[in-house]
Write a protein that binds this ligand. Structure first.
Ligand code: PLP
Length: 431
C-alpha cells in the first residue's frame, strides 16, 4: 500500500475531490485582490536598519585618511584602501595582495571581467576571447539569471549543467572542459547557491581546481556572494578555491567575487574580487585605464563600521535573526501543505537568500501564472536557467527575505494551492 497522501497514488475520484476544494480556496484568494511579492532577493527594511548608523561614521569632523595615510577625499588607490583589502582578505581567505576592491557592485566586476576577457583576453591568453568564433561558458543550473544575462550580452554560448546536492555535476563538467576548447569559463555560486542554497563539497572544489581543461585560459567565475550569510549557528564550510587551485598547479584558474550588498546596503555597498597575484596585477593595469580610483569614502565608511571579521560575524547574526523566522515559516508551510504529496521537492538551506522548489515536470510556468493571477509575484519560471529555458519546467525560486512574515505566510499558502491544482491537472491529464 502506498502513502495515502501521495497524489500519484490517488484515484481519479479522490483527486477530483481535492481539486474542488482547492479550487474554492484559490477562488477565495483571488477575490481578496492581494498584491504580494516573493520575487525579490533583497533585504527587508529591518535588515537595512542594522547598518543605518554607518551613515554617521564618516563626517566632515572625522579624519578621512586611510590607515596608510592616503586621503580618501582625493584621487588614488585604484585597488582600494588597505583596511578594505584586509577585511575582504579575511572574508575570502586570501592575501591582501590578491584583492582588488571595486565599486558598489560585484555584478559590475563580473560583467567587466567578462567584457575585458572578450576584448583583451585574460592573463596568459594568446588571443582575446572575442577573437574566437565561438566562446562558451558552463552554467550550473538552476543558477543566477544575471550571470546568464552577462553571457547573452557578450554573445557567449551557454551550456547548462545540472546542479547536484554538492555542486555542479562534475562528471559532466570534467568531460565537457576536457573535450571542448571553446569553453572558456564556468559560473559558480559556491556557497548557499542562488537559488538552491547548496554549498559545494570539498571534492567539488578540488575537482574544479584540478580538472584538465582543453582551453589553457579557462577561468572559474566564483561568485561567493553569500559567503558570510548564514542562517544557522552551524554554517556550511566551503573549501578555499584559490588555495586548491595553487595546490593543483593551476593558480590562475579562478576569479573570486563578493560584496557587502547584503551585509550593509544593496546598491551602496562595496564589492571586491580576488585571484592570483598575476591575475590581479594584469587586471589592476586594465582597471587603471577605466578609473583613477573607486569611491574610497564609502570604503572608509564600511570598514570603520564593519571593523573586523568578528564584528562582521556578529552583524550577520543580526541579519540571520531577522530572516531566519521567514525561512522557517516558508519551510514549515511547504511541509504542512505539500509534505507527503509527492508533487514537489525543496531545499532547506543553511544560508543565503533563497529556497528553490521543484514541482512535477511541466508545472512551474502554470504555477507562476496562477499565483500571479491570485496576486502573488514570483520570479518568472525558467529565469534560473540559461536563455530562460527550464527544459523540465519545474523550478521555482522563492525569495523569503523582503516580505513581512504575514505577507509571506499568505503568499506561500497561495503558492501551495497553485502547485496542488497544477499537479492534479497534470496527473489527471496523464491518466
Ligand atoms: N551574485 C549573486 C549570486 C546574487 O544573488 C546577487 C544578488 O542577488 C549578486 C551577485 C549581486 O551582487 P552585487 O549587489 O554585489 O552586484
Amino acid at each position: 500500500m502506498g502513502n495515502k497522501t501521495d497524489f500519484l497514488n490517488m484515484n481519479i475520484a479522490e483527486l477530483n475531490k481535492h481539486y474542488v476544494s482547492l479550487k474554492e480556496r484559490y477562488a477565495e484568494y483571488k477575490n481578496q485582490t492581494m498584491k504580494l511579492d516573493m520575487s525579490r532577493g533583497k533585504p527587508c527594511p529591518e535588515q537595512l536598519e542594522l547598518s543605518k548608523s554607518m551613515l554617521d561614521i564618516v563626517t566632515s569632523s572625522d579624519s578621512l585618511k586611510a590607515i596608510d595615510g592616503s586621503d580618501c577625499l582625493n584621487y588614488g588607490g585604484v585597488d582600494g584602501i588597505p583596511e578594505a583589502k584586509e577585511l575582504f582578505s579575511q572574508i575570502l581567505g586570501v592575501s591582501s595582495n590578491e584583492i582588488i576592491i571595486g565599486g558598489n557592485s560585484s555584478l559590475t566586476l563580473m560583467h567587466d571581467t567578462v567584457s575585458r576577457a572578450m576584448l583583451h583576453g585574460v592573463y596568459g591568453s594568446e588571443l582575446p576571447w572575442g577573437k574566437h568564433s565561438t566562446v562558451k561558458f558552463l552554467c550550473p543550473s538552476p543558477g543566477y539569471d544575471r550571470h546568464f544575462a552577462i553571457c547573452e550580452l557578450s554573445n557567449i554560448e551557454m551550456i547548462a549543467v545540472d546542479m547536484l546536492n554538492d555542486g555542479p555535476d562534475m562528471d559532466a563538467v570534467e568531460k565537457l572542459v576536457s573535450q571542448d576548447d571553446t569553453i572558456k569559463g564556468i559560473w559558480c555560486v559556491p556557497k548557499y547557491s542562488n537559488p538552491d542554497g547548496i554549498t559545494y563539497s570539498d571534492q567539488t572544489v578540488d575537482r574544479l581546481a584540478n580538472m584538465q581543461t582543453k582551453e589553457r585560459d579557462f577561468r572559474v567565475f566564483w561568485d561567493d556572494a553569500y559567503t558570510v550569510h548564514h542562517l544557522t549557528d552551524k554554517p556550511d564550510h566551503l573549501k578555499n578555491i584559490l588555495s586548491a587551485c595553487k595546490e593543483a598547479g593551476n593558480p590562475d584558474r579562478v576569479f573570486i567575487f563578493t560584496s557587502t550588498s547584503k551585509v550593509t546596503f544593496p546598491g551602496a555597498g562595496v564589492a571586491a574580487m580576488a585571484a592570483s597575484v598575476e591575475n590581479i596585477n594584469y587586471i589592476r593595469k586594465q582597471i587603471a585605464v577605466q578609473t583613477i580610483g573607486p569611491d574610497k569614502i564609502n570604503q572608509l565608511r564600511h570598514f570603520r563600521f564593519l571593523k573586523d571579521i568578528d564584528h562582521l560575524r556578529s552583524h550577520m547574526e543580526k541579519h540571520a535573526a531577522i530572516i531566519r523566522p521567514k525561512f522557517e515559516m516558508v519551510l514549515n508551510k511547504l511541509d504542512s501543505e505539500l509534505g507527503g504529496k509527492n508533487i514537489a521537492t525543496w531545499n532547506k538551506p543553511n544560508g543565503g537568500y533563497f529556497i528553490s522548489l521543484n514541482t512535477l515536470d511541466s508545472c512551474a510556468k502554470i504555477v507562476v501564472k496562477m499565483a500571479a493571477d491570485a496576486g502573488v509575484t514570483l520570479t518568472p519560471a525558467g529565469a534560473t536557467f540559461p536563455y530562460g529555458k527550464d527544459l523540465r519546467d519545474r523550478n521555482i525560486r522563492i525569495a523569503p527575505t523582503f516580505p513581512s512574515l504575514k505577507e509571506l505566510e499568505k503568499s506561500i499558502e497561495i503558492l501551495c494551492v497553485c502547485i496542488q491544482l497544477a499537479s492534479i491537472n497534470k496527473i489527471l491529464a496523464e491518466r
